[in-house]
Design a protein around this ligand. Structure first.
Ligand code: ZN
Length: 66
């Protein structure tokens, strides 16, 4: 007999992993602060706006080298 609670948890975990993959295909996870300027942000955000994101990406690429 199937345990529906277990099935639900399993599916929830898979959905969460998928959502993370879609939202953050690469790069660091959200820390609650802008990765560029350190501004406090809402949960799940990594940058204040596109400008901070672009700055951070440019710096990261430059620092990483070839
Ligand atoms: Zn910022």
């Amino acid at each position: 007999m199937a345990d529906f609670a277990d099935l639900g948890a399993d599916r929830e975990e898979r959905d969460r992993a998928l959502a993370l993959k879609v939202r953050a295909p690469e790069g660091p996870s959200a820390t609650g602060m802008c990765l560029c300027c350190g501004e406090l942000l809402a949960d799940g955000l990594r940058w204040c706006d596109a400008e901070c994101r672009d700055d951070w990406q440019a710096e990261t690429k430059a620092g990483r080298g070839a």
